[in-house]
Design a protein around this ligand. Structure first.
Ligand SMILES: *[C@@H]1O[C@H](CO)[C@@H](O)[C@H](O)[C@H]1NC(C)=O
Ligand SMILES: *[C@@H]1O[C@H](CO)[C@@H](O)[C@H](O)[C@H]1NC(C)=O
Length: 335
């Protein structure tokens, strides 16, 4: 067995210094004063392999306390110092010190757990993955998440989170995959979201409103799903700038009202484009005939008009094209 931690090297003082907040010793018990009101107390008999796992213990105990229902008893073994053995907790060697084992991921997908996310989760500073899809978590993301500087994938989908877009994610330097779909987030999207170096962004089935920020085209995502919200106004004209990276975009079931931008043809790597169930007007741009990788195109249930451009017929990979319930006046004989 590998020894990750030499107890003699880390005194209790180090524990105090390494904690995000101050820690105090009282009557032999160690107490991390992360939340002012009701801190998690570490029983003095618990021995941790290293200080990071001790901090993870505080985070996970605070989280367990914030859960009000756990029908599958997933957290039944969340006690004691062996946090790496807790259900749903993934540990690995830390990036900065391969000899130190640390909590690197959370996977409580499909847990059906109800509760909220406490501030103490900010103590899990080594996590790269935080996956809690299909639970019943409510509230919003605690600001403590700003501490998670290694977080790469954040999946909060299919929960009961509400309130404004959780801006704390904008500051996460490593975040690439953001999945907030099927929640009750509301209000406007921040422009900064589209200047962020994300790879995939799923915001569908929330209550986001207003215009899609004009800088949407700055986003380097390969997948963008904004479906089933209450976006209105124009599809940003910056759209064509996404041509180098964009692979799939789904804007269906919103209140989008503009024309499709004329330079759609720049979206050369797009395989799936779905703008159905909106209020789009005007014609399908002829330049769409240059979207060589297009496989699925859905524009049905809009107010599009004119002729369906002949150019679309030359798209060799196009295997599904839906355009019903519009005001098109004609279609090419070859369709
Ligand atoms: C969870 O634990 C409770 C109490 O021990 C038990 O009654 C229940 O059957 C357990 N549920 C599952 C799904 O194992
Ligand atoms: C875009 O598509 C071209 C042609 O299929 C391919 O060579 C290129 O790697 C793709 N670029 C990206 C970023 O996916």
């Amino acid at each position: 067995m590998r020894i990750y931690y030499q107890p003699t090297l880390l005194s209790f003082t180090t524990v105090v210094l390494l904690s995000i907040s101050a820690a105090v010793a009282r009557g032999g018990s160690r107490q991390l004063l992360y939340t002012r009101d009701d801190p998690i107390t570490i029983p003095p008999y618990l021995i941790f392999e290293n200080v990071r796992l001790e901090r993870a213990y505080v985070a996970l105990q605070a989280w367990k306390r914030a859960m009000i229902s756990d029908p599958w008893n997933l957290t039944a073994n969340w006690f004691g110092s062996r946090v790496c053995d807790y259900n749903g907790i993934v540990c690995s060697s830390s990036l900065d010190d391969p000899l130190v084992k640390t909590v690197s991921g959370i996977d409580l997908n499909h847990g059906d757990i109800a509760g909220h996310l406490p501030e103490e989760l900010g103590l899990l500073t080594d996590i790269a993955l935080f996956h809690v899809n299909s639970n019943r978590f409510c509230g919003t993301l605690p600001v403590g998440f700003s501490q998670l500087s290694l977080l790469f994938e954040l999946d909060l989908s299919n929960n009961r989170f509400a309130g404004k877009f959780p801006e704390v994610v904008i500051g996460l330097p490593k975040l690439k995959y953001l999945d907030l779909r099927y929640n009750e987030f509301e209000g406007k999207l921040p422009e900064s979201l589209f200047d962020k170096d994300l790879d995939a962004l799923f915001l569908n089935s929330n209550r986001f409103v207003n215009k899609i920020p004009v800088n949407m085209g700055n986003s380097p995502v390969s997948v963008l799903v904004l479906a089933s919200n209450r976006f209105e106004g124009c599809i940003p004209t910056s759209f064509g700038k996404m041509g180098k990276t964009l692979n799939e975009i789904i804007l269906m079931d919103n209140g989008l009202q503009s024309c499709l931008p004329n330079d759609m043809g720049l979206l050369q790597n797009v395989t799936v484009l779905d703008v159905s169930y909106n209020w789009l007007v005007g014609e399908l741009p002829k330049s769409m005939g240059q979207m060589e990788n297009l496989e699925v195109l859905n524009v049905e249930r809009n107010m599009l008009s004119g002729l369906i451009p002949e150019e679309l017929c030359s798209l060799e990979k196009l295997r599904e094209f839906k355009y019903g319930s519009n005001y098109f006046t004609g279609e090419p004989a070859t369709l």
